[in-house]
Write a protein that binds this ligand. Structure first.
Ligand SMILES: NC(=O)c1ccc[n+]([C@@H]2O[C@H](COP(=O)([O-])OP(=O)(O)OC[C@H]3O[C@@H](n4cnc5c(N)ncnc54)[C@H](O)[C@@H]3O)[C@@H](O)[C@H]2O)c1
Length: 251
């Protein structure tokens, strides 16, 4: 049963969708019958995931894009418009970590995370909103994190993800008169490559603090994102939805 009938044939761009949460989001939109743009900095995973998604019988496009570079972000949206005629939904999912204690944090380590997680979200949104505003409709969903609250060793990541929350809320107010909704999702501990970098003992300890007593899966994040993108959420904008198995939320 498709609970998201209105997402059928909608054009959705999901950054960083070669693997992990982004891939899970792409699969869910494909199941709802959307036209899915798979884009990643890694050409191999972008291509492989686009092939898998196409096998579900929906139209796909695969574009290599580094969200932290303006030309690359503009090219992503231009190619999407060329193939599908517009962009209805943008999911700013591309993101990464480069953890380290603050006293040893190098300027490049700080800058890299701000460039990808925060500036990347701005650059792709800027290109997409230029297209959406002409249609006076659109939907932007940004990935922040439960760690926007701040955990040791993640000053750069927490700053970037807290920035995404402020960006989401300001943009929601600015774009509402143009018929564009902007929301964010703040995942907790989701099982992906990113969290496979956490030492096993530490990961086990973290799971003990999750009230629902398990790590999340990419599909646990994809479903709330489909909800926010759909007409079911037509009166929701500027919101941060915590999806974390009961851990403390980010607001
Ligand atoms: N996994 C978690 O527990 C968790 C928790 C909270 C928030 N998040 C956020 O969810 C998003 C997805 O994380 P994930 O766990 O799936 O990570 P992941 O590392 O498995 O996937 C991230 C994808 O983004 C791509 N990417 C990295 N840099 C890029 C760039 N400059 N341009 C384009 N693509 C780029 C990678 O190639 C990869 O395919 C991130 O924004 C992350 O911060 C994840």
């Amino acid at each position: 049963m498709n609970h998201f009938e209105d997402l059928k044939d909608k054009v959705v761009v999901i950054t960083g969708s070669g693997r992990g949460i982004g891939k899970g989001i792409a699969e869910a939109f494909a199941d709802a019958g959307s036209k899915v743009v798979i884009t990643d900095i890694d050409p191999a995973t972008a291509e492989a995931t686009a092939k898998e998604i196409a096998a579900k019988g929906v139209e796909t496009l695969s574009v290599v894009c580094d969200v932290s570079k303006k030309e690359s972000a503009d090219n992503l949206i231009n190619q999407t418009v060329e193939k599908f005629g517009g962009v209805d939904i943008l999911v700013n999912n591309a993101g990464t970590t480069k953890d380290g204690l603050f006293i040893r944090m190098k300027p490049e380590q700080w800058q890299m995370i701000i460039d990808i997680n925060l500036t990347g979200t701005y650059l792709v949104t800027s290109a997409a909103v230029n297209v959406m505003r002409k249609k006076k409709s659109g939907n932007v969903i940004n990935l922040t994190s439960v760690n926007a609250l701040g955990v040791p060793g993640q000053a750069n990541y927490a700053a970037s993800k807290a920035g995404v929350i402020g960006f989401t809320k300001a943009l929601a107010k600015e774009l509402a008169p143009m018929g564009i909704r902007v929301n964010a999702v703040a995942p907790g501990f989701i099982e992906t490559f990113l969290t496979s970098l956490i030492p096993e003992k530490m990961a086990e300890e973290m799971v003990k603090h999750i009230p629902l007593q398990r790590k999340g899966q990419p599909s646990d994040i994809a479903k709330p994102i489909l909800f926010l993108a759909s007409d079911m959420a037509s009166y929701i904008t500027g919101e941060v939805l915590n999806v974390n198995g009961g851990l403390n939320g980010v607001h």
